[in-house]
Write a protein that binds this ligand. Structure first.
Ligand SMILES: [Zn+2]
Ligand SMILES: [Zn+2]
Ligand SMILES: [Zn+2]
Ligand SMILES: [Zn+2]
Length: 489
């Protein structure tokens, strides 16, 4: 899921250190080549854009790697090393690691202060978020609030420009500590005054991203990062842009729409899963990012109706009946125009409640293959496959069987899931292309070569634009499979 990180949430993981001295990526470069990395040109405002156009390219201002991954991710070049002894830990603190002596040397100056602090505190691992916030405080002290990162030909952004939500943070009962005690203990005399601390913390709490890096083509969530240029994007539950992570922790924001004239202030990313229910989205946005969502989908009380649907009661009709689970109002069947009777809607309602209960018991989402299959069996008689709950369960079952290399079942569930995916998510968002890719792989492994070809071609049309032909995901994960299927005689 492409989600922003909520630093305010409790996390009970551990410590690492200060980021590399990243020079801002010049937003106005033609094509810059950095070793084996080729970047697309950043779009200029006022110019036409299409799906895949890069709106912003940003480097982390501050980041922290999850302590459990300190043996896997190089702190300097931010690459994943899954192999045995791919990473060597810092001799002093043992809390961060490097892939090479060169990386260690390049990071030496950055790491010096935090390394001393760690040694002083007896190399105890800090919880991930405490470590992240501590690093940010040190980073701001070194770089200052005003050093900026370029966004494009006309805009730039400094740490100072980020909203600090001071009022919200200080009145939020769940956040009254904001790791103040833990961070002071770690930083000692380097700790700023409380108000300044809270203003730094506030900026991190609402502007951080869950940072992902590629591990042999698969993206892994490795930690938390703050990007100055990328922080200009506000949220919409109907996003017009999406986040793509690249080498070295680079974050690109790419358009998922076409426009004759780019205006960055009218482009939005989604901070959460757009398939979540309207009420749940609004509550999460308010609690984590302190705003009331004014996107078209949140404003319109009937919008939830587009995500929920029952099969038509008439067994010979293949139409569907839209249902709004906030009001339980319904629309007539899309094909035969028959109105569903109240008993039928009661049955839908009972199953809907059952799905909520089961998902709540499983940590809020449908994650386990057996649970997902159970829910699909319950939903099958009455839910339309385009229903968002059905889609989420089918996606989860498809994924579970995919991981078990059970191609037949995986393909079956993905074929059901793709119906809802096409309806709920933006075409160039993070789901349609990758799901079609997995369907192609399943079909190929089953020997259904024509089906595999048609899925992979459709996926290619999307993936070549977003994440894009120059992306790691496309080159390392998509392309080998694409070529294998396309060349099959
Ligand atoms: Zn490295
Ligand atoms: Zn160290
Ligand atoms: Zn919204
Ligand atoms: Zn009907």
């Amino acid at each position: 899921m492409i989600e922003k990180a909520s630093v305010g949430d409790d996390a009970n993981d551990s410590l690492v250190l200060l980021p590399r001295n990243d020079n801002s990526v010049d937003g106005n470069m033609k094509e810059l080549s950095n070793g084996d990395v080729v970047y697309d040109k950043v779009a200029e405002e006022g110019q036409p854009i299409r799906p895949g156009s890069v709106l912003v390219r940003s480097k982390p201002f501050v980041f922290a790697i999850q302590p459990t991954l300190r043996n896997k991710v190089c702190e300097n070049c931010l690459t994943f090393h899954d192999e045995w002894k791919g990473i060597t830990l810092c001799d002093n603190c043992h809390l961060i690691g490097y892939c090479s002596d060169k990386c260690k040397l390049q990071h030496l100056e950055q790491h010096r202060v935090e390394c001393e602090l760690c040694v002083l505190r007896e190399k105890k691992s800090l919880p991930h978020k405490v470590w992240y916030v501590s690093r940010a405080v040190l980073r701001v002290q070194v770089e200052g609030y005003h050093q900026f990162e370029k966004i494009n030909n006309i805009r730039s952004r400094a740490f100072y420009d980020l909203m600090d939500h001071y009022e919200d943070i200080t009145t939020d009962k769940e956040k009254n500590n904001c790791y103040y005690t833990e961070v002071s203990e770690f930083l000692g005399s380097l700790m700023p005054e409380k108000e300044e601390y809270l203003r730094i913390y506030g900026r991190l709490a609402v502007n951080s991203f869950a940072m992902r890096i590629s591990n042999k083509g698969d993206e892994e969530n490795v930690g938390t990062a703050l990007y100055r240029a990328a922080s200009i994007f506000d949220h919409s539950c109907a996003p017009t842009a999406t986040t793509i992570f690249g080498p070295g922790g680079t974050l690109e924001i790419k358009s998922v729409i076409s426009s004759d004239s780019l205006d960055l202030s009218s482009m939005f990313i989604s901070y959460l899963d757009e398939a979540d229910r309207r009420i749940a989205r609004m509550a999460k946005l308010k609690k984590t990012w302190y705003f009331d969502c004014l996107c078209p989908r949140c404003i319109d009380e009937e919008s939830e109706m587009l995500n929920h649907a029952a099969r038509c009661e008439t067994s010979t009709c293949s139409g569907e009946v839209l249902v709004n689970p906030e009001t339980w109002s319904t629309k007539p069947c899309s094909i035969c125009h028959k109105n569903p009777d109240s008993e039928y809607i009661e049955k839908y309602k009972d199953t809907y409640e059952l799905v909520r209960t089961v998902n709540d018991e499983n940590g809020g989402e449908c994650r386990f293959t057996d649970v997902a299959e159970f829910l699909i069996r319950q939903m099958n008689p009455i839910f339309s496959p385009s229903d968002v709950d059905y889609m989420q369960a089918a996606m989860s079952a498809g994924q579970g069987h995919y991981e078990d290399r059970n191609w037949l079942k995986s393909l079956h569930y993905y074929q059901l899931a793709i119906i809802g995916i096409r309806k709920v998510y933006s075409l160039y968002g993070g789901y349609t292309g990758p799901t079609l890719q997995k369907m192609a792989e399943c079909a190929y492994n089953l020997g259904h070569y024509d089906t595999a070809k048609s899925y992979i071609q459709e996926s290619h049309e999307l993936m070549k634009l977003v994440p894009g032909e120059n992306s790691h995901l496309y080159q390392k994960n998509f392309l080998p499979l694409y070529l294998q299927i396309i060349k099959h005689k």
